[in-house]
Design a binder for this molecule. Structure first.
Ligand code: KIV
Ligand code: ZN
Length: 387
């Protein structure tokens, strides 16, 4: 395995699809899975097969449709779940079963009314049972973010000994701070004797807006898989956003890389947003409508002199439309002249000064000054000059 390779485990179709109000049918899921494969993700979590006949058939159809990517089905640590997932994954070229159980004191007490020893036993049994069907078994320790770290280490060691190839450390409630999440991963790497037999996976939720930061802290500490969704969709405040972690790893020289074709990030984001009927917030990093828009005069002036003064990513690198110079009452003369020029109007400095005063009147009355407004301004100005 390449040292710094980070496996991208896309769970848009499972955890992402748990977002209220965006149920996908099998045909839509297959279409999205094919796009995710083209994007270059390593693993697609296609669904939770026992949860419904629809989810079963989505996992089955995705297993048939994709060729290169690993297809994963979620289960609880329950034999029937594992059997059904194995059946749904039968046609997959690279099947993975993702099984697990809650490991925090809260989950053990309130969800399972159980004990550490019983949970440990169920975890091991689930992994062993899943190994009867597939070689690749991922174990998740639900609510690992709030689990006792010594117990988490015991569970990790036991499930690896039982055959788990990946151990997922979910911050299910989005509770951890980045340094805390990184320390958990480091603790497991330093204290679990058989840790080199499996890889650790980061699965972070965004309840405090820290899912991306936590996932990055996790891989810096030594985890080698990130679980994420397109546009960061998912339950409550969502999951780690795929486009964000991929671009963080590309922008910073951490010695870590993914196989994602970044120029497909915006097209895939739009496809997911349209198919799920889930709009992307305009200020969303990488894929939001404003991610490459400049509207204040100071920024616009710098950007027009040299784009890298205010842009750390070239929009082409992530498949976005070219950068926008948006005209508002905060814009300056250079942006106004630039936009006039794009519309075919060349004005000298004095003329731009005069037009700028008229522009400000329009800009104060409107949120954004658009091409139509500029054409009217320019034509009225020319008519006045030649009268
Ligand atoms: O957030 C979580 O803990 C999960 C697990 C089921 C992997 O989604
Ligand atoms: Zn989750």
């Amino acid at each position: 395995m390449a040292e710094g390779k980070i496996f991208i485990f896309d769970t848009t179709l499972r955890d992402g699809e748990q977002v209220p109000g965006c149920k996908l049918n099998t045909k839509e899921k297959v279409e999205l899975a094919l796009k995710l494969e083209e994007l270059g993700v390593d693993i697609i979590e296609a669904g939770f097969p026992i949860s419904s006949p629809g989810d079963f058939s989505s996992v089955e159809e995705i297993s048939k449709a994709v060729t290169d990517v690993t297809v994963c089905g979620l289960t609880r640590a329950v034999k029937k779940d594992i059997e059904v997932a194995a059946e749904a994954l039968k046609k997959a070229k690279r099947p993975r079963i993702h099984t697990g159980i809650g490991t925090s004191d809260l989950h053990i007490k309130y969800k399972f009314n159980s004990t550490y020893e019983e949970i440990l036993q169920r975890a091991v049994e689930a992994v062993k049972y899943a190994k009867n069907f597939v070689d690749d078994v991922e174990f998740y320790a639900e609510d690992a973010g709030r689990s006792n770290i010594e117990f988490l280490a015991r569970v990790t060691e036991a499930v690896i000994a039982a055959g788990a190839t990946v151990v997922n450390i979910p911050d299910t409630t989005g509770y951890c701070l980045p340094h805390q999440y990184g320390e958990k991963i480091a603790y497991l790497i330093n204290n679990v004797p058989n840790i080199d037999k499996a890889i650790l996976s980061c699965h972070c939720h965004n309840d405090l807006g820290l899912a991306t930061a936590n996932s990055i802290a996790g891989v810096i500490a030594g985890a080698r898989q990130i679980e994420c969704t397109i546009n960061g969709i998912g339950e409550r405040a969502g999951n780690t956003s795929l486009e964000e972690v991929v671009m963080v790893l590309k922008q910073h020289e951490l010695g870590l890389h993914t196989n994602v074709k970044t120029e497909l990030l915006n097209p895939v984001s739009r496809l997911v947003s349209d198919t799920m009927r889930m709009p992307v917030q305009p200020n969303k990093a990488i894929v939001g409508a404003n991610a490459f828009s400049h509207s204040s005069g100071i920024h616009q002036d710098g950007f027009l002199k040299e784009a890298t003064t205010y842009e750390i990513i070239n929009p082409k690198e992530v498949g976005a439309d070219s950068s926008q110079i948006v005209l508002t009452a905060r814009s300056g003369r250079s942006a106004l002249a630039f936009r006039f020029k794009n519309l075919g109007f060349e004005f000298n400095r004095d003329e731009v000064d005069e037009l700028y005063q008229q522009f400000l009147v329009v800009a104060d009355a409107k949120k954004e000054v658009i091409d139509e407004d500029l054409k009217q301004l320019a034509e009225a100005f020319k008519a006045a000059v030649s009268a």
